[in-house]
Write a protein that binds this ligand. Sequence first.
Ligand SMILES: [Zn+2]
Ligand SMILES: [Zn+2]
Length: 130
Amino acid sequence: MHDGSCLCGAVKYRIDVPIESASHCHCSQCRKGHGAAFGSYATVPWSSFAWAAGEDSVARYTSSPGVTRTFCQHCGATLQWYSDAHPETVGVTLGTLDTPLGVVPQKHIYTESKAGWYIIADGLPQEPGS
Ligand SMILES: [Zn+2]
Ligand SMILES: [Zn+2]
């Protein structure tokens, strides 16, 4: 259904289900991890996610207890976010998708932590927390 890859192309993945929604997370960890105003993710079942290439290039960082962020160890592209609190699902970074997302519901989350220099003006729902 979807293919994705990192900046350098060493890591590729496949998602075997349609992506049904997307979240733009403004928490400080996503901002720093992405080096951007927010991180954009689709949440999909682990059972639908598979590495297609370069799994040995995927590095893992525990950003808080029980929370893991993965990235390509060659180019630094952020790839996943997952939590022990939600063991069935994985958040996949939308910026690494190579296939069109299509029209799905989107929202901003953790807007109470957003960067002061960024103004959300797209009309999407905003949630102060998750
Ligand atoms: Zn890479
Ligand atoms: Zn976040």
